[in-house]
Structures are given as C-alpha cells and as structure tokens.
Design a binder for this molecule. Structure first.
Ligand code: FES
Ligand code: FES
Length: 204
C-alpha cells in the first residue's frame, strides 16, 4: 500500500490533499462517459451511461441549488464560468497544474478544470464568491491584502481557496507545512513569500 508523504508535523501536502479528493474522478470509457449522477451503483446489466447529449444536473454551490442542463463532458469550471456567471475560479492551464481554478468540494480543495460537473452533483461546492457573500472580505482575503500577497491576481482566487481549505484542516501550520500544503498552486508573479505569511498568520 502506498503511504502518503507527510510533513514533519503530520500535515498532508496539498497534492496529497487533492489526490484524496479523488471521489470526483470521472470515468471515460471508449468515448462514452459512464456516470451515475445520483452516486448510486448501477444495477448489473444497466450500464448507467448518460449523454452524450445534455442531461439535467443540480449543483449545490455556495448554499444554493442550481439546476442546469449540460453535456456530461462539461467541466465544473466551465459550468461555473459559462453557465452560472461565477467567474472567480480562473481558467489558466486547464489541465490540473496551476490551481487557479481551485474550489472547495465537501471540504477538499479541488481543481475544477478537471472535474466533471456531473460528478459533483449533490456535493457541497464552495467558490470564492461564496467566501464573501455580503461584500465583506473573508479573513483569508483580508490577509492577502494586508500581506500584499498578489500582483497580477490571476492565481489569487485559487490560492485563497487553497489557503482556506488548508487552514480549516491545519489551523496551526509550520512554514514547512504551508509550503507543502499549498504546493498544488502556482504563482507566475512569485508572490509566494506573501502568501506563506497569509497562511502563517492564521496561527496568530
Ligand atoms: S486551470 Fe485548473 S489547475 Fe490550472
Ligand atoms: S499574482 Fe500573478 S500569477 Fe500570482
């Protein structure tokens, strides 16, 4: 059995954390998506095949239910940005590398660019819009401003979501924990020093 790599203080790295959120992994077989939106196991003999046309999907986002008709191949990121006008999660690499599209699903940070919307039906999805519903900055957002932890800002929503999920799970991280815990997000402007201060500040 493979063991997860842990930091000295026992915190799981961000990449491990993301891997652990594999419940949202899609299955594509021979060009057909095989899925069971309700999460139930298909009965023997019933393939549970949906699509390729549009199917009804209900997404629970920031505490609200959204009913959509989408093709099963639509990613959560595209559903958020193109169908629900929730554009906080950014499409940068579109291939699970940069973390700009990070959302939180059932407490786990997840790359929404490589998660099919149909696979997360019924799960609790939080986007960056859900962190500040009343136009009041979430403490993690405020800390980004205070520590000047952004330049162009393209990576920032993803980092905020990654920080929130990480701190919810590990409220007293060491610097090493923070480095590992946020290692699934990249910043081309190199604002890592400020972002790490944000995560460490939660301790105080
Ligand atoms: S856009 Fe999803 S990881 Fe880069
Ligand atoms: S602030 Fe520009 S990519 Fe991070």
């Amino acid at each position: 059995m493979k063991r997860r790599k842990r930091s000295p203080s026992g915190a799981v790295s961000r990449r491990d954390f993301l891997r652990g959120a594999g419940a949202a992994v899609s299955a594509v077989s021979g060009g057909l998506l095989v899925a069971e939106p309700s999460g139930a196991t298909p009965a023997p003999g019933s393939a549970g095949v949906v699509g390729p046309g549009e199917v009804p999907v209900t997404l629970r986002i920031n505490g609200k239910e959204h009913r959509l008709k989408i093709e099963p191949r639509v990613t959560l990121l595209d559903a958020l940005r193109n169908r629900l006008d929730l554009t906080g999660a950014k499409k940068v690499c579109d291939r699970a590398t940069c973390g700009a599209c990070t959302v939180i699903i059932d407490g786990h940070p997840v790359y929404s660019c490589t998660t099919l919307a149909i696979d997360v039906e019924g799960q609790h999805i939080t986007t960056i819009e859900g962190l500040a519903p009343e136009d009041q900055l979430h403490p993690v957002m405020a800390a980004f401003v205070e520590h000047d932890a952004q330049q162009c800002g393209f990576c920032t929503p993803g980092f905020v979501m990654a920080c929130k999920a990480f701190l919810d799970k590990y409220p007293n991280p060491t610097l090493e924990d923070v480095k590992q815990g946020l290692s699934g997000n990249l910043c081309r402007c190199g604002t890592y020093a400020g972002i790490r201060q944000v995560a460490l500040r939660a301790k105080a």
